[in-house]
Design a protein around this ligand. Structure first.
Ligand code: SER
Length: 326
């Protein structure tokens, strides 16, 4: 039995995806129906004013339950997580937040009979034994990062809740997400955001990955589109639930730099790979997303050229207005 409650709760609302997801959820469902939560208050005053907010540490199940009950929540988007690079610096923290956070959200969904849950996974679920090119939907999942370990466990656990407790959980394996509203925090793909800010501001960037490190990436509008479309899909038509492969584009730092140079000809990049190189080397270079295309019509809008043009338009305008904040 699921309920018909219409209120939505979002964890990790201050994060890179959370901030933008909050905006589109409030626009789509009404400001007062979307409860933003995070371990820190929202920094954007407009978002702070636009609807309800609660402090919520996802490692505390009682607090998640309390917020869900208080607002009569029906749906949770669980975006709070520690990413790959921070996870390698502090594996215990990554385990605690990612594993216990996911478990607590799933238990809340089961106990309160919530109607729908979104829990993202990541390309970090794959590892060096996985076929790296056009990585299949069904494949070897032996990640070598703590972040990846928690993502595989999260996929399996969420899938267990679908089959065992009939909880409607959905999720996809996000590639690196590129955006211009909130900076990513602690990921291996973060270079693909930082490079734009440095290009606009200083015309120089020192990249922490090798120039030939090809990784799957996606522009934020496609990321938001994938969440919205997967959450709206007919559950009965889904064969997969919590682990959809998603693709949009794949590129190396050198290819990204070359595309930025089309717009900023004097842009220069040098390369000083650090510990994140080993993480990148353990991930796929491209992804087969045919299951998502078939089961719920996934079709990304942005390729490398379109994404680079849009990112530079937005950030150059902001820089000219003295509002780059980087
Ligand atoms: N962007 C994430 C990271 O780099 C991948 O999911 O950790």
């Amino acid at each position: 039995m699921t309920n018909t409650k219409t209120r939505i709760m979002l964890t990790g609302a201050s994060g890179q995806i959370g901030t933008e997801l909050l905006k589109i959820l409030r626009r789509a469902h009404g400001d007062s129906l979307v409860v933003a939560t995070d371990i820190q208050p929202l920094s954007d005053p407009a978002l702070r004013e636009s609807g309800p907010f609660e402090l919520c540490d996802v490692t505390r199940r009682d607090r998640i339950m309390e917020v869900a009950r208080k607002y009569d929540v029906g749906t949770i988007y669980h975006m709070a997580a520690i990413l790959s690079a921070t996870g390698e610096k502090n594996p215990q923290l990554a385990w605690n937040i990612n594993i216990n956070g996911t478990y607590n959200v799933l238990e809340t969904a089961r106990e309160l009979a919530l109607s729908r849950i979104f829990i993202p996974s990541s390309i970090a679920a794959f590892g060096p034994e996985t076929p790296r090119e056009n990585t299949p939907q069904e494949t070897i999942l032996r990640p070598k990062t703590m972040y990846g370990v928690t993502k595989v466990a999260g996929e399996l656990l969420a899938d267990y809740y679908v089959r065992r407790f009939n909880v409607d959980v959905r999720g996809c394996r996000f590639p690196g997400i590129i955006s211009h509203e909130t900076l990513p925090g602690g990921g291996t793909t973060d270079y693909a955001v930082a490079i734009f800010y440095e290009a606009v501001k200083n015309r120089r960037y020192t990249c922490f990955l090798r120039e030939d490190s090809r990784l799957p990436m996606m522009y934020m509008p496609d990321c938001l589109k994938s969440v919205t479309e997967l959450m709206a899909a007919d559950f009965g038509r889904l064969r997969h639930h919590t682990d959809f492969n998603l693709a949009a584009m794949s590129f190396t730092p050198a290819e990204l730099a070359a595309e930025i140079k089309v717009h900023i000809p004097d842009f220069a990049v040098d390369y000083k790979p650090d510990f994140r190189q080993a993480i990148a080397d353990s991930w796929p270079t491209s992804i087969d997303d045919s299951a998502a295309r078939k089961e719920w019509g996934w079709n990304p809008a942005y390729d490398l050229k379109g994404m680079v043009k849009d990112m530079l338009d937005v950030l150059s305008r902001r820089h000219a207005e003295g509002r780059l904040n980087y």
